[in-house]
Design a protein around this ligand. Structure first.
Ligand SMILES: Nc1nc2c(ncn2[C@@H]2O[C@H](COP(=O)(O)OP(=O)(O)OP(=O)(O)O)[C@@H](O)[C@H]2O)c(=O)[nH]1
Ligand SMILES: [Mg+2]
Length: 330
């Protein structure tokens, strides 16, 4: 990896990973190029970025020439993280959304029921996690919006149908289609430093319909024939088997910590609405979430929590722990 990439560069890179339209991608790539330190060590990256920018520009031109402007409405990021549910037809994606959230997606015993991505909020203790149900991926169908959602997700749930023999072919078709793209299913979320544009999203494999006869045998077949190097969590979405465990697993997989804020003028913290930051995140990260001005003007904070003397005074680089209470002073 080339040395001395700035935090601004990494920020632009993260935005690029989450970009959900060609326009946005182009903008982010340009920003990455601007922020890239220009020296020998970054020669290759500079060249890669230039090429990406030129490709992205072509794509934007093609899009603006052909796109009917009525693009699908974008689903904004909400809650502690975004989990995108994907899989072949009838795998039970909508059933899972229904089981974990209050959303009411259409569930039907025939394929291609879901036509558009649909979000729902999954409660976990006092936080909410955004789940997005998507249309099925098949050899003939792979919606561009689904792909961009996968790319910008914190976690992908890859589902498989264990109730029918063709579940194995359906799953393989999903894996094949994804392999054609620059979005990869990974054990962790990261950008490939050697290949600009290739992005891995952490994936959990969730075989569904464990309640039916032969489910176990079919699962063994999936293991034998498909390349499934992910953490696995079998369920029966409708019967509710393994679903509550999955709720925990999804939250844990996001690897975030909760932080409560307290106003200097009040006695009690605001326990209603925790902020969440990635584990290892700092006071500055949470200040930025509260308000941009807070991050810019932060002088210090007082912190209460299990890892610190109550009311200690800390600076922006303080690493937060789960359930810390912070009182920001600007
Ligand atoms: N036996 C069994 N059937 C299930 C389970 N989960 C879902 N189903 C059934 O599987 C069928 C498909 O469920 P959906 O949730 O609509 O599947 P989907 O993946 O959203 O399907 P598409 O939107 O068409 O891609 C429905 O008939 C459900 O009742 C389960 O755990 N066990
Ligand atoms: Mg569906």
């Amino acid at each position: 990896m080339p040395a001395n990439l700035t935090p601004q560069y990494h920020k632009a890179e993260q935005a690029y990973r989450r970009a959900s339209s060609p326009d946005e991608e182009l903008e982010c790539l340009q920003e990455m190029f601007r922020e890239l330190p220009k020296h020998k060590g970054t020669d290759k990256l500079q060249a890669d970025l230039k090429q990406k920018i030129s490709e992205a520009r072509k794509l934007v031109e093609k899009h603006s020439a052909t796109a009917k402007k009525a693009a699908q409405p974008k689903i904004p990021h909400q809650g502690a993280g975004r989990v995108v549910i994907i899989g072949g037809p009838n795998a039970g994606k909508s059933s899972l959304l229904k089981a974990l959230t209050r959303a009411t997606p259409e569930v039907a015993p025939f394929p291609f029921t879901t036509r558009e991505p649909q979000p729902g909020m999954m409660p976990w203790e006092d936080v909410m996690v955004q789940l997005i149900d998507t249309p099925p991926i098949t050899a003939d169908l792979f919606d561009a919006y689904t792909l961009s959602l996968m790319r910008g997700a914190d976690l992908i749930v890859l589902m498989a149908n264990l109730a029918e023999d063709h579940g194995i072919d359906d799953l393989q078709a999903v894996l094949d289609r994804i392999a054609e793209t620059k979005t990869r299913l990974g054990a962790e979320t990261y950008l490939d430093e050697d290949d600009v544009g290739v992005s891995y999203t952490k994936t959990l494999f969730v075989p569904n319909k464990m309640d039916v006869d032969d489910a176990r045998d079919r699962l063994a077949m999936l293991h034998e024939f498909c390349d499934l190097h992910f953490e696995e969590h079998p369920i029966a979405a409708e019967a509710g088997v393994g679903v509550e465990d999955l709720r925990n697993t999804l939250y844990q997989a996001l690897d975030v910590v909760r932080v409560y804020t307290k106003s200097p003028t009040k006695k009690e913290p605001d326990y209603d609405k925790p902020y969440t930051v990635h584990r290892g995140g700092t006071l500055l990260d949470v200040a930025e979430k509260v308000h941009r001005d807070f991050a810019e003007n932060l002088k210090y904070a007082r912190v209460w929590g299990t890892h610190i003397h109550p009311g200690s005074q800390v600076k922006g680089d303080y690493v937060l722990h789960d359930k810390d209470v912070v009182e920001l002073h600007v």
